[in-house]
Design a protein around this ligand. Structure first.
Ligand SMILES: Cc1cc2nc3c(=O)[nH]c(=O)nc-3n(C[C@H](O)[C@H](O)[C@H](O)COP(=O)(O)OP(=O)(O)OC[C@H]3O[C@@H](n4cnc5c(N)ncnc54)[C@H](O)[C@@H]3O)c2cc1C
Length: 485
């Protein structure tokens, strides 16, 4: 049985951020993820916003870590090359009472060090965002808010962590944890790992993981959020993230100009007991469109091209639960609801400090490599750049996804850098994210993946075990050739 210093349970943005941070040091680290790839939990189903930080109250852990997390994104993006842009955010007031809330949010942000906060009057608001409703009264502008492709972040973090020595094991659900003398032993269906420290980063399942070592001191109450993606023809409808004033439960229903130029609206905030329920609903859609039409009247449900839902891992304390426990070596990184994506890099620093205080020696690796190769998205390049790439590599001339202009070279690159499922290819390249939602490219991507991995076509999955796309037909003969297919 291999002995590690730290084993991380859960490969969402939080687990991957910690893995990458620990990979700076001479620490034997492994990450166990139950899905086929990292980032396939809540980390791929969110609004993709790097929050400025004025929403979360000071005095909470999430309030403290969000601003630091936001600051860390510029350096991270330079090192890892994921899609991230600071486009700024507006919280809009629809009534006199809401103007007072804007003042409160501004004050809260200033106290926490959020840069550049400014209240805009109606004239300025409508000059900057002419498609918003003319009934809006004013807005709080936060220039440091940004948009990101969150799955790209998780992939980049783990690729870099692995490059620096972290061991990643996917398809590895932790089923049992034993305490043996001075170490914890984790059991998955196929292996056992021993470690000094366990970091519980299991998202909506983190209370279940804590229960494996006999801890019952918190519960996760999943809160579902539905999101709706609109046709790309609406690109430019708004230039910044548009928020209503927040409610006690959530930051409200937002208009999100995503990194790739699609407009997304949502999320809802619906408590649920079902930790697997990522369905979208008629009621959810109704709620989302009613709310956003008040802010931007030209938005229509008829422009929806796809929809999804994610589960926030809300804890009974309504704050992040990060720290040591009564079980030596077992550390919770739980209850990471929004703004967990924003806070993830700061959570990683915070957890390293906890590990050091607990006696883990953090000696820097002299040969730490902070970068991974940058990927060029063919569709975003100028014609001259596209021609140059095709001259270097002819597979840039083979278009696989027509809606998003994704080439065979990019699919190959995604597979070489870890994609093992159709969703893994989609989230790395955008193949299948456009208007036809994979109708044209899914079979082509499957063929390329099968060719690279040596899998038969019926073994290819959408997102891991159980999500097969085609069935093998036993003894089926081609009607013309008579050959078995
Ligand atoms: C609708 C919605 C919108 C949001 N929008 C934003 C936003 O715009 N900005 C922001 O900052 N935050 C946002 N959030 C919050 C953010 O998405 C989360 O805080 C963040 O993704 C949490 O990351 P995580 O790594 O803790 O969890 P996850 O991504 O869920 O990762 C946990 C991982 O643990 C794995 N796991 C579970 N059990 C086991 C086991 N037994 N063995 C092995 N692995 C296991 C899971 O498979 C999963 O991959 C949003 C959340 C939702 C739901």
């Amino acid at each position: 049985m291999t002995m590690y210093d730290v084993v991380i349970i859960g490969g969402g943005v939080v687990g991957c951020s910690i893995a990458r941070e620990l990979s700076r040091f001479q620490v034997r680290t492994a990450l166990l993820e139950q899905c086929a790839e990292v980032g396939f939990g809540t980390s791929k189903t969110n609004s993709g916003i790097i929050h400025a930080g004025h929403h979360s109250p000071p005095g909470t852990l999430k309030g403290m870590l969000v601003v630091r997390g936001n600051e860390l994104y510029d350096r991270l993006q330079k090192e890892l090359g994921f899609s991230f842009r600071r486009i700024g955010e507006l919280v809009v007031a629809q009534s006199q009472e809401e103007i007072e809330i804007l003042e409160h949010l501004k004050q809260q942000g200033v106290e926490k060090g959020v840069p550049g906060l400014e209240i805009w009057d109606q004239k300025r608001l409508l000059r900057e965002e002419p498609n918003l409703s003319h009934t809006l009264l004013s807005a709080l502008h936060a220039p440091s808010a940004g948009v990101i492709n969150p799955y790209e972040l998780a992939f980049a973090l783990i690729e870099n962590a692995e490059k620096n020595g972290v061991v990643l094991k996917v398809d590895s659900p932790v089923e049992k944890i034993e305490y043996q003398k001075d170490r914890l032993v984790l059991h998955t269906p196929t292996k056992k790992l021993a470690t000094r420290f366990v970091l519980n980063c299991a998202g909506v399942f983190s209370d279940k993981i804590a229960q494996m070592v006999g801890l019952n001191d918190f519960v996760i109450l999943p809160r579902k959020g539905e999101e709706y993606m609109l046709d790309k023809r609406l690109q430019g409808l708004v230039r910044r993230l548009i928020f209503p004033v927040p409610t006690k439960q959530s930051k409200g229903t937002l208009i999100i100009p995503t990194y790739d130029g699609t407009i997304m609206v949502g999320p809802t905030a619906q408590d649920t007991f079902d930790r697997y329920d990522v369905s979208t609903t008629y009621e959810g859609a109704k709620q989302v469109f009613e709310a956003v039409k008040k802010i931007c009247p030209s938005i229509s449900e008829r422009d929806t091209i796809t929809e999804f839902a994610g589960l926030r891992a809300v804890s009974n304390t309504n704050d992040f639960i990060i720290g040591t426990t009564a079980v030596k070596g077992f550390i919770n990184v739980a209850g990471i609801q929004s703004p967990g994506l924003t806070a993830a890099p700061a959570i990683a620093e915070y957890v390293c400090d906890i590990l050091e205080n607990e006696g883990l020696e953090l000696i820097k690796k002299p040969d730490f490599k902070p970068h991974i190769p940058k990927v060029s998205h063919f569709g975003n390049l100028s014609v001259a750049e596209q021609k140059r790439l095709i001259e270097e590599n002819a597979s840039y001339a083979k278009v696989i996804c027509r809606c998003e202009l994704v080439t065979e070279a990019e699919i190959n690159h995604a597979i070489d850098h870890g994609a093992r499922t159709l969703d893994g290819i989609k989230f790395r390249t955008r193949a299948g994210m456009g208007r036809c939602q994979g109708g044209f490219c899914a079979a082509r991507c499957m063929n390329i993946l099968a060719g690279h991995t040596g899998q038969a076509i019926h073994q290819i999955t959408k997102r891991g075990s159980g999500s097969w796309i085609v069935t093998k037909m036993e003894n089926h003969q081609h009607p013309k050739t008579g050959k078995e297919v």
